[in-house]
Design a binder for this molecule. Sequence first.
Ligand code: AMP
Length: 577
Amino acid sequence: MSEEDIIIGIDLGTTNSVVAIFRDGKAQVLKNDLDEYLTPSVVVHDKKTESLVTGRIAKDIYALNPNNGAATFKRSMGNDQMYTIGDKKYGSVELSAYILKSLKMQAETALGCDVNRAVITVPAYFDEAQRFATIKAGEIAGFKVERIINEPTAAAIAYGLNKRESESTFLVFDLGGGTFDVCIMELFEGMLEVKSTAGISMLGGEDFTQRLMGFTLQKVSVNFEYAEIKTPESVMLLRKRCEIAKRELSDKDVVKITIPKMGKMKEEQTIEVTKEDSKEIFKPLLDRLYSPCRTAIRGADIEPQELDEVILVGGATRMPMIREFVEKIFTRAPLTNIDPDLAVAEGAAIQAALSADDEAVQDWVVTDVASHSMGVEVSKKIGGQRIAGYFSPIIHRNTTIPTSRTQSYCTISNNQTRMGFDIYEGESRYTKDNRLIGSLDIEGIPRGPEGQESILVTFTYDTNGLLEVEVLIETTKKKFNKIFTHNAKSISEEEIKKAKKRLAELKRNPSEKPIYRDLLARAELLYQELISDQKKQLEYMLDSFESALKSRTPAEIKKAYKDLKDLCDLLDGGLRW
Ligand code: AMP
């Protein structure tokens, strides 16, 4: 592999980040200069060197003096929250860039060459602005960001779930240091699609450590907040000891924790915590995990028994009580053979190999979903009055991407010759609550009565986050076209040209896809051989499939495809017999 071909996979985590590469036919995680796989996503100002420091050293400094650093800033990716470090203010993009830069150096040391290209993972619920903020951070760090992929998609790829032969449904249960995410994915025709996501952005392994600390301090009658202000060093030491004890409780029935002297304590004190105690201590946290699991299951419109696999991601899923919890609510033992801290980075590395066209991964196919709905502003006639400001989605949230969808609109006044389309993303019915992406104005509409002219608006959206909007005046066949991206990234003319070429592929009618074309041909042949009721039945299914293809709605196409294919299989069998 030449230097230019190297693309690394990066799991840019809320608490820890990991970097991996696809080498010798498999994903390999790279160690940092402390010989560790996990690099804490923390940035502090080091007074001695007057520079910013990241990683484990930064984490230790931050624990003692949180005012001089920043952690968990991934949570404010895409918004303008600022963090003060030393005498300067930094945004989450800049801080993430520091982390990415240190991972870049880590990869370069491990591989002994320059590394300039990366695939970076983000939570499935990140919106476009957050994804572009991540791309921007990558670019500041000196990377060409080849692709942004969803963390659960990466985990599923690491487990090879996208290579399964049959249609399957998976759940990714991700309990990291500071966040909890559940994601349900479906594999259909070799494509991996996110069906639903849910989570709690402020719940993770650190909360388990925190509760254990609270329990120990209660035993020695010390007030937590008071101790944090008065004796931060002792609290930091206790946190370290509780972190170790929490991990030990994964294997042992009883652990000892020595509480450093603080508050009114005369000397340090050692207490014992049993596995039984820990069940009580952690129960309130386990209870909070239920609700997102239920939301994800409902969002995917399935029963837990329909899940084919459950994958565990995030260090905190090593706790046996979490594994028992998962097994109980999803009625199956989770897959655990990949280190839960490393699975996302490994999947990103496999995706990186895919981007580099590595021959070893030629048979992998991955898709993503739109994290937010995208559409145009329309007005509605309510009680004889026209009211503007309504959102009309064209690409719906959770639609598999890349995709191309068309919606028809009409003129709203007599002899209207111009029309302006304001393009938004979001989930609200009202555009004022959504995010404006841009505008496209058209002119030359033939004069006529209100509602007569049909204007077709096609949104074509790819996995790189580029949206092409095409507006067609149906009678004159005149087309208007514009490519939109998001604030954090500006694209050059050259890139726009390339994108247009790529997007043109997507605009092709789905009926041109070989699997759909083959099924149509097969059904039409079969139709000629059949008689009476069977013929009618097949005609009905064929019509439904054709109208689903016309609608370009993936869920409709999928259902109609399956119905028609099942019927063809049945009728084919009957004919042979
Ligand atoms: P992540 O953000 O995925 O790296 O998750 C790190 C979290 O996993 C931290 O809160 C750790 O305390 C937790 N963790 C790692 N290993 C274990 C273990 N063996 N038992 C319990 N928690 C663990």
